[in-house]
Write a protein that binds this ligand. Sequence first.
Ligand SMILES: [Zn+2]
Length: 81
Amino acid sequence: MEPKEWKLKALTNIWTGDNKGKGDRLVPTGLMGSLRWWFEVLVRGLGGKACDPTAENVRCPNKDKEPHKAGHHCVVCVLRP
Ligand SMILES: [Zn+2]
């Protein structure tokens, strides 16, 4: 599968907040976490499978699949910054 590049434009201010609830600066990990969460919603809403990084038995990578082969990571885990 060829990598795809997406360019997104924020239509509103982006608020990510820090551990004290302050939104003085953009926190890239918070932004990526939010994108991942919404991508999981989209994938599951369309009937696809997304792993759960917080659950031991449904977390990527799938150890039964070879790296760089289909099924090693779910489509959500393929999302990279
Ligand atoms: Zn995954």
